[in-house]
Design a protein around this ligand. Sequence first.
Ligand SMILES: Cc1cc2nc3c(=O)[nH]c(=O)nc-3n(C[C@H](O)[C@H](O)[C@H](O)COP(=O)(O)O)c2cc1C
Length: 357
Amino acid sequence: MSVLDRIGQKLLFSFDPETAHGLSIAALRCGLPVGAMAPRDARLKINLCGLDFPNPLGMAAGYDKNAEVPDALLALGFGFAEVGTITPLPQPGNPKPRIFRLTADEAVINRLGFNNEGHVAAEKRLAARKGRPGIVGVNIGANKDSADRVGDYERGVARFAAYASYLTVNISSPNTPGLRNMQAREQLGELLSRVMAARAAAAAQPPVFLKIAPDLVEAELEDIAAEVVEKKIDGVIVCNTTLARTGLRSGGVANETGGLSGKPLFERSTAVLARMRKLLGPQMAIIGVGGVDSTETALEKIRAGADLVQLYTGMIYAGPALPGRIVAGMARFVERERLKSIGELRDTGCTDWSKRL
Ligand SMILES: Cc1cc2nc3c(=O)[nH]c(=O)nc-3n(C[C@H](O)[C@H](O)[C@H](O)COP(=O)(O)O)c2cc1C
C-alpha cells in the first residue's frame, strides 16, 4: 500500500464503516483520482456468455447498491462492475449500526438488509449511461415485505434487461429473513423458470447468473446445480457472505448478527466454487467471490474453477488501488508463465480445492 493509500485508509477508518462507505462513493462520484491504472493486456481478456471482459476481476455487488458509480469503478481497473442488490421498492434496510469491521481478521460483518433506493432510481441512472462501454451487471432482489418475492425477481428482469450486461439473481443474502430458502430445490425451480420466462419476454436477453450462499451442504449444492442446468441459467456466482464464524481472531464484534466477508471466507468460498465447477462441468460460467485481496488469491479462484473473480471486502482494507494492483499482477503472471490467455489457468487446481469442502 502506498503512503497516500495508507493515509486515505486511516482517514476512512476513523469513521464508522457506513459513513466511510458513503464517503468513498462520494469520492468516486466526484471523479477524484483515487485508483491506480490497470494495464490493458490482451492475455487477460475473457469472453464469456457473449461478453468481452477486458480482464477477469470485477467489483462484487453491495458496494454500489444504487448504480451511482459503475463507470468510476471500471476506471479503477475492474474489468466489470456489478451494481445492486436492487429491490422493486426503495427500502431502508435494518437499523444502524449494521456494518462491523473485524480488523484483526481483515473481515466485515454486515446485516444491511438490502437498503437501496429501488428500481426506479437505479433505472434512471442506468438509462443515463446506456451505450457507454464497460460491462455492468445488475444484481436483483426481493423486498423484505413483498407478498410475491418471485414476482419481484421477474420485475427486476423486466426492468433491467435493457440496461444490464448481465443480471444476477441474488437469493443468498442472509439479511432478508427467509430469502435463502429460495435455494431449496422446489422453490428454486419455480423461481428460475419464471426468471427465464421473464427474460424471454424482455426486449433484450442478457445472461442470467445465480448467486449462491457458502453455507450449503453437498446435497444442496447438487440440487442447485441440477436446477441451474435444467433451467439453462447462464452462470453461477459463488458466493455471498457466510453465517459461519470459525477461526476468527476478533473478539466481541465477531458475535454480531449478519454475513461475514473477507479473508476468513476465502477458503470455504473457493472450495464451494471448485465443487460447483465439478458439478456443473466445463461449459458453465462461474464467477468466484469471497476473500480475494491479492493477485495470488484471485489466481487461486481461477485455478479452482472460476472464469471471473469479484471482490469487495479486500478493497475496504487495501484501498481503491487494489483492483489496479491485482490486474497488473495478473499481467506479470501471464508474462512469466508464458500463457497465451489467463483462461488457461482455469480448473488447474479444481480437484484439490473441491476436496477441501
Ligand atoms: C457491506 C456489504 C454489502 C453487501 N451487499 C450485497 C448485496 O447487496 N448483494 C449481494 O449480492 N452481495 C452483497 N454483498 C456480498 C458481496 O458481494 C460478496 O459476495 C461477499 O462480500 C464476499 O466477497 P468479499 O469477501 O470479497 O467481500 C455485500 C458484502 C458486503 C461486505
